[in-house]
Design a protein around this ligand. Structure first.
Ligand code: GLA
Length: 387
């Protein structure tokens, strides 16, 4: 349905037929939050909602892009010779940034494209709509220009777009999850070595429900960068005594033995989250592999608590969703997912308890926040590529 609409729109907007179709997913993170820029482990999965694109080559060096999600913005045109960030280019900056990074890395893009995109990832919900568009750009340009672009390099360029072009100092989790995703598998990634393992996301009688706060992620980017800077500060103090490159190298015992030298209560809590969350992630993957969903769920709950109390990236909306969900009969665990400050939480729920979860959490959430939450059962789907 989405692809047909995108194809039809391409013909209407550009008066010609598109030649190739693409899809790039969104992602959830099961556990391992705010660990990816601390050299820790993460455990995300690509989901079946994402961004579709259809495109065709042009003869000149102009790019003309249109999004069905931002129809009012209209067709955005830019030249391959001027890829500087422009606020008025809106969402297309993610494409421009990606093309710029490709060119800077020596890839030859010898003509422009027309492209229409259409996403069904709720906007600003923390399900990585921006990384989805970046990886979409990666697969589109790789395909049209026959680029020798290994998937991991495609991922790294996406991260560079966020860090250097958009100005968010994010880690590599989102782009990697989106590019390498596979149906019904989650990615157990060590962000220190970039080695990963595809783990069956087998929850038996249980499903993952995504719970959207529908709260705009205000100040999310600046707070995100602030957390990252706090972790770097804590690390640099620890490095005066310990021979480590990242917080992810420390066990919780090693951290507890040394933490006082950090000398600042807030910085200690931030670093503690990074260290303990990394450990929780490793334990959670082990529990899942052993089929111990109860242990897995408890680690999800502990992750949320740490993100609330030590890392302070949740807020009343995410806390209400996660904490009310945790008490519903049939829920094994629940936590915020993604950067935080609004966005989405996830709950691991027994099939027959999904309706009760929606009812109880939805009602309490409305009473507490005045907002309406949305619920979707997550399906873990393929990674970014040509259709
Ligand atoms: C955002 C970033 C990721 C990661 C998460 C938090 O999604 O893009 O790199 O840091 O937040 O785990």
């Amino acid at each position: 349905m989405y692809l047909e609409k995108t194809t039809q729109s391409f013909e209407e907007v550009f008066g010609k037929k598109s030649t190739k179709n693409f899809f790039s997913p969104g992602r959830i993170n099961l556990i391992g939050e705010h660990t990816d820029y601390n050299g820790g482990h993460v455990f995300p999965a690509s989901i079946t909602i994402g961004t579709y694109a259809v495109a065709a080559k042009r003869e000149d060096n102009l790019m003309k892009v249109y999004s069905l999600n931002f129809e009012k913005v209209g067709v955005i045109t830019f030249s391959l010779d001027d890829l500087t960030y422009k606020k008025e280019d809106d969402w297309a900056n993610y494409i421009k940034g990606y093309v710029l990074k490709l060119k800077e890395s020596g890839y030859l893009i010898d003509s422009g494209l027309e492209m229409v995109i259409f996403g069904n990832i709720p906007n600003g919900a923390g399900l990585s709509s921006s990384a989805s568009v970046e990886m979409l750009a990666g697969v589109v340009f790789k395909e049209f220009f026959d680029l020798d672009l290994p998937t991991l390099d495609m991922v790294k360029l996406g991260k560079l777009v966020e860090n250097e072009y958009i100005g968010v100092n994010s880690g590599i989790m989102d782009q990697l999850a989106i590019a390498f995703g596979e149906v019904d598998k989650a990615i157990y990634l060590d962000t220190n070595t970039l080695t990963y393992e595809m783990v069956p996301a087998a929850f038996g009688e249980h499903v993952i429900v995504i719970m959207n706060t529908n709260k705009r992620r205000e100040l999310a980017d600046s707070k995100y960068n602030e957390r990252r800077a706090e972790c770097e500060k804590a690390l640099s103090i620890l490095q005066t005594k310990l021979d480590i490159q990242s917080l992810g190298e420390l066990s919780s015992e090693e951290f507890d033995a040394q933490k006082e030298i950090i000398g600042d209560a807030t910085l200690i809590r931030r670093a503690k989250h990074a260290v303990y969350e990394n450990e929780r992630t490793q334990l959670a993957v082990k529990a899942l592999k052993e089929g111990n969903l109860e242990a897995f769920g408890q680690l999800l709950n502990a992750s949320h608590q740490s993100l609330k109390e030590d890392y302070e990236v949740t807020g009343i909306e995410l806390d209400t969703l996660a904490e009310v969900a945790q008490k519903v009969d049939g829920v094994v665990g629940a936590r915020m997912t993604g950067a935080g400050f609004g966005g989405c939480a996830i709950a691991l729920v027994r099939n027959d308890a999904v309706d009760t979860l929606k009812e109880i959490v939805g009602k309490t959430y409305q009473e507490v926040t005045g907002l309406t939450a949305d619920f979707y059962v997550a399906q873990i789907g393929r990674g970014a590529g040509k259709l």
